[in-house]
Design a protein around this ligand. Structure first.
Ligand code: ADP
Ligand code: MG
Length: 366
């Protein structure tokens, strides 16, 4: 088995995956950096199995993905649609030599577009928050909210990740309130690691209008369950169809992403609060969500239990969502689990159960 990893050598996921490969007694994977991919390196050979990691935050890689002459300023929320196009083009370069990608480029392309991902999940009967039809700006957003009678929504950049550009918006008869990590400056939007509240409607409208040209996905804001004084959700990693690893993300505000300073919560306490039936149902939902991406070895599902614990919904599914350092299941971390799936035949069985590509256009089945 010849493994190649596309990613930056100092990326933590790349390092952990390489370690898992070595620990399994397999030959050290070849590493191809995103910089090499984007500057014309030869693609991996046809017999290679390729893990592709996210391009990360290298400013030059980001510039090349966006095909822009100028690098973005640190943290600047700019060109998300162009970055996405660059990612899709980069993945097809990686695949050009006929290698097998552990997460298929078509799956990754769907996963990195929150609108497509939501539509696939919804068509497969996976519980997801209801979504608005496409909106091109703040005025359309308010009109669409009024038409369905919603007062609270999550506005998400279609190609965002790690909470970048996400806005939790509540509107009342006279006031609006937006909670987001976005910092506005006169010449741009910047992603920060701190939640801010905006209640000036002109500012909120300008935020939404600036993000809209790169695509928005708007969902009803569902009330998440709580543990102690925190709001919680889960990141569940599904490997070759099996939900194996989970972390609780506990937050004071509506965004639970861990890099925002939120703490890992108590999984045993969450399972006790949910009860065995609701827990099992939630894990089955994560596995059904993964079934929508049947040519992908791993996906990371963001799963929300709703207040009362009886119901749950999938906030998103991530193509690059397997960094759960220190979380072990049967003695394996998420990377060792993937290597185990590759060497034990589970990956082959999972892939061969995937519907042929021409059936996927009509839905992904449950
Ligand atoms: N419809 C929703 N209702 C309530 N909370 C949500 C909803 N969608 C997302 N969230 C919360 O917002 C955060 C980020 O949303 P997510 O869709 O995962 O985007 P990102 O790619 O930025 O992580 C998550 O912590 C999730 O709990
Ligand atoms: Mg997320």
């Amino acid at each position: 088995m010849r493994l190649t990893v596309v990613g930056n050598p100092d990326n933590r996921r790349v390092g952990l995956f390489r370690r898992a490969v070595r620990d399994a007694g397999l030959p050290e994977p070849t590493v191809l950096s995103w910089m090499q991919v984007l500057t014309g390196a030869a693609p991996p050979a046809a017999d290679a199995l390729v893990r592709v990691d996210s391009p990360g935050e290298d400013p030059e890689v980001d510039r090349l993905l966006r095909r822009s002459a100028t690098p973005a300023r640190h943290g600047e929320l700019v060109g998300l649609a162009d970055t996405y196009a660059g990612l899709v083009a980069g993945m097809s370069r990686v695949a050009a030599g006929g290698a097998t990608l552990l997460n298929h480029p078509d799956d990754v392309a769907a996963l990195c577009d929150k609108r497509r991902c939501h539509a696939l999940l919804s068509a497969a009967g996976v519980p997801v928050p209801a979504a608005l039809p496409p909106v091109a700006g703040y005025a359309e957003l308010r009109a669409a909210m009024a038409a369905v009678g919603w007062h609270r929504v999550f506005v998400k950049p279609a190609h965002g990740s790690s909470a970048a550009g996400v806005i939790a918006l509540a509107v009342g008869p006279r006031r609006v309130q937006a909670v987001t990590t976005i910092e506005t400056t006169p010449d741009g939007l910047f992603n920060s690691l701190r939640l801010r509240r905006y209640d000036d409607e002109a500012t909120v409208a300008a935020l939404v209008d600036r993000l809209a040209p790169d695509g928005l996905h708007v969902e009803r804001w569902l009330p998440k369950a709580g543990l102690a004084d925190r709001v919680v959700d889960l990141r569940v990693v599904v490997v070759a169809g099996r939900a194996t690893h989970a972390v609780v993300r506990a937050a004071r505000g509506p965004l639970t992403n861990l890099h925002l300073g939120n703490a890992r919560g108590d999984l045993a306490a969450l399972r006790a609060s949910a009860g065995p039936a609701a827990w099992t149902a939630a894990m089955r939902t994560c596995e059904r969500a993964a079934r929508c991406f049947p040519r992908s070895l791993h996906v990371g599902v963001d799963l929300m239990f709703l207040v009362g614990w009886r119901r749950h919904a999938v906030a998103e599914v991530n193509a690059f969502g397997d960094l759960l350092p220190g979380v072990l299941a049967a003695g394996r971390d998420t990377y060792a689990e993937q290597v185990h799936a590759l060497t034990s035949g589970r990956w082959d069985r999972w892939r061969s159960a995937a519907p042929p590509p021409d059936r996927e256009v009509v839905g992904c089945g449950a």
